[in-house]
Design a protein around this ligand. Structure first.
Ligand SMILES: [Zn+2]
Length: 366
């Protein structure tokens, strides 16, 4: 049932029997949580990985805007709603990755019926709900759905993810929307109790479905109680007994954005290391025939991202930046070797090798 039909149905019900409006709203709220609990969690997709698969550059928010929370870790989570009908979490993620520097807004995650897209690590703050809340809370946006079943799926993904975040930072679920005290906030509650912003989401969107922040908090608590105590995902807060690293052997500049692997050569969920980052190296290791450099406890990057490999130019080659724009008019002449870093990357549909920070040459030239 779409929104218009639902509203029409409620109005119709009201004109038939005045008491039925309140009754049906209450029934619907409990039904939504019951329905949500039947849905399975769709899990988290990490933005930088998603973009890598789609050949889109990741505009890492915290490269230039890294700020911590006032107490060193998040104090809770602000629940938002995008107010953009028909935009999926994927749509929002692509848009915010491209535009955050122009619209001065960024959040930690977008959630819809298909799952969660985490934009960046929640260990640092974002620009979601004004300066007071940004320095205290993780910011999570729920996307709009067009029917009750999908709304329940979206809310379910949101609640499971929020419950996991609470565990991750040793927080307990408490509803902050009535008195400004607690860990689960709405953007509306931030406007009311903390200021610095005047939005009232997600209340209006929730109300359309006969749902409320109280209902949402109940659902978060339900999942929080089911989940194991502390999933150690936040290294600083939860791994005091880390094995010690050997002495560093070198400091080198990373030439190509690099995934972080564990000692078995499996990709980890740690944030991507960005080209240009200075890495402290603790030796190297061959894993399944591929050379890796150790950058931390159980953290490795593929060596060619740092050391590069020589490739022979068979054509004259122009230089491009990470948006696929040609840099100047000078070119490299065929018959010469160029050092390339990391694997092929796709920019606007073309394949490139990286030869320096923000410098690329088309694969076809080699
Ligand atoms: Zn908001």
């Amino acid at each position: 049932m779409n929104m218009k039909k639902l509203l029409t149905a409620i109005v119709l019900a009201a004109s038939l029997a005045t008491s039925s409006v309140v009754w049906s709203t209450q029934v619907q709220a409990s039904t939504i949580n019951d329905t949500a609990k039947q849905d399975s969690y769709s899990g988290v997709t990490y933005l930088y990985k998603m973009l890598q698969q789609e050949g889109i550059a990741y505009n890492c928010f915290y490269t230039n805007n890294k700020f911590g929370y006032r107490n060193g870790k998040p104090e809770g989570i602000v629940i938002h709603e995008t107010a953009t009908p028909n935009a999926t979490a994927h749509d929002e993620a692509i848009y915010f990755n491209r535009e955050w520097m122009n619209i001065d807004a960024y959040v930690h995650a977008f959630v819809d019926k298909n799952g969660v897209i985490q934009m960046m690590t929640p260990n640092y703050g974002t620009w979601g709900a004004g300066p007071v809340a940004n320095s205290r809370f993780i910011q999570v946006e729920l996307c709009e759905e067009n029917n009750l079943a999908d709304f329940a799926k979206g809310v379910n993904n949101d609640a499971v993810y929020v419950a996991q975040l609470l565990h991750r930072y040793d927080l307990v679920p408490t509803n902050a929307v009535h008195d400004g005290q607690g860990t689960i906030w709405s953007h509306h509650a931030v406007s009311k109790f903390l200021g610095g912003t005047n939005h009232t989401d997600p209340d209006g969107y929730f109300a359309k479905w006969g749902y409320s922040m109280d209902d949402f908090c109940d659902l978060v608590k339900y999942y929080y109680d089911q989940q194991p105590a502390n999933t150690p995902v936040a290294p600083a807060a939860t791994t005091p007994t880390q094995p010690t690293l050997p002495d560093p052997v070198a400091t080198k500049v990373l030439m190509h954005d690099a995934l972080i692997y564990d000692e078995d050569g499996k990709v980890t969920d740690a944030a991507l290391e960005q080209a240009g980052a200075k890495l402290t190296l603790y030796g190297d290791k061959m894993i399944a025939g591929r050379k890796y450099l150790r950058i931390g406890v159980n953290q490795y990057v593929v060596a060619s991202n740092v050391e590069g490999s020589l490739r022979y130019l068979t054509h004259n080659a122009y230089l491009y930046d990470n948006n696929g724009k040609r840099i100047g008019t000078s070119k490299f002449y065929r018959g010469k070797y160029l050092r390339t870093y990391g694997g092929r990357v796709k920019i606007n549909g073309y394949k490139y090798y990286q030869i320096d920070v923000n410098q690329f040459v088309k694969v076809g030239n080699f």
